[in-house]
Design a protein around this ligand. Structure first.
Ligand SMILES: O=C[C@H](O)COP(=O)(O)O
Length: 258
């Protein structure tokens, strides 16, 4: 039986300003109890401009909620207008950073090479990357979801050493299921998450592969999370829309109660 602690991470995307972020995290922390954190790791990924407020709240009230960013620069510092470095995120106490979310790949042209540089930048500054991978609808229709996604895993992890990769989180998010209400079936999720674990075993070792947490993401809600989490290679979820509703997010964290 897996000893991996599930990670439920709420990706707020471009929602909630810094005042709304404070109210949201306060409400979430009131709703969650110690036993929730014993069973599941809970994290939020707010917009950059909210992170200082979230840090102050989490530190001041000694909250057990983890937090992180939705992206980072591959560069450390310098003339990169609009970019945010891993060092800056580390200073803000970020535990996690999403890398290569499909919306970054789609709207900002992020390649596997850039994602690989961002994974390395995150580790350089002691932040755990959540490497996002997954296929679009055309790839799914062609039945190529496994090789497509494994190529993204290969690209994102190129030359990243085992001692770093053993802590990575990989989020499998079929693009056709993101924000569409079209959730992948639990079997769809398991097929690709299992293949990702198999690839980690090939690239590194079975021991390492067994340590890595692999999330599913795409229209996760309280009503479908239990069946997805019942799959042997799914270790949590990256949650978009449903994470903006505290009550719904808490129900997802408590998936075992359903
Ligand atoms: O990062 C989260 C994913 O893009 C899923 O978003 P969603 O839950 O709104 O479908």
């Amino acid at each position: 039986m897996s000893t991996r602690t599930p990670l439920m991470a709420g990706n707020w995307k471009m929602n909630l300003n810094h005042l709304e972020a404070i109210a949201h995290v306060q409400k979430l922390s009131f709703a969650l109890a110690d036993k929730d954190y014993d069973a599941v790791e809970v994290a939020v990924l707010p917009p950059f401009v909210d992170l200082r407020s979230v840090q102050t709240l989490v530190d001041g009230d000694k909250l057990k909620i983890k937090y992180g960013a939705q992206d980072l620069s591959a560069q450390d510092s310098g003339a990169y207008t609009g970019e945010i470095s891993g060092a800056m995120l580390a200073k803000l106490g970020c535990s996690y950073v999403a890398v290569g979310h499909s919306e970054r790949r789609q709207y900002h042209g992020e390649s596997d090479e850039l994602c690989n540089a961002k994974v390395k930048a995150a580790y350089k500054h002691g932040i755990t990357p959540i490497l996002c991978v997954g296929e679009g609808l055309d790839v799914r229709k062609a039945g190529e979801q496994v090789p497509h996604t494994l190529a993204q895993v290969d690209g994102g992890l190129k030359d990243v050493p085992a001692e770093q990769v053993e802590s990575i989180v990989i989020a499998y998010e079929p693009v056709w299921a993101i924000g569409t209400g079209e959730v992948a079936t639990p079997e769809d999720a398991q097929e690709v998450c299992g293949a990702i674990r198999g690839r980690l075993a090939e690239l590194y070792s079975q021991e390492l592969a067994d340590k890595v947490r692999i999330q599913y993401g795409g229209s996760v809600k309280s009503g479908n999370i239990a069946a997805i989490m019942a799959q042997p290679d799914v270790d949590g979820a990256l949650i978009g829309g449903a994470a903006l509703d505290v009550d719904e997010f808490v129900k997802i964290v408590r998936f075992r109660d359903q």
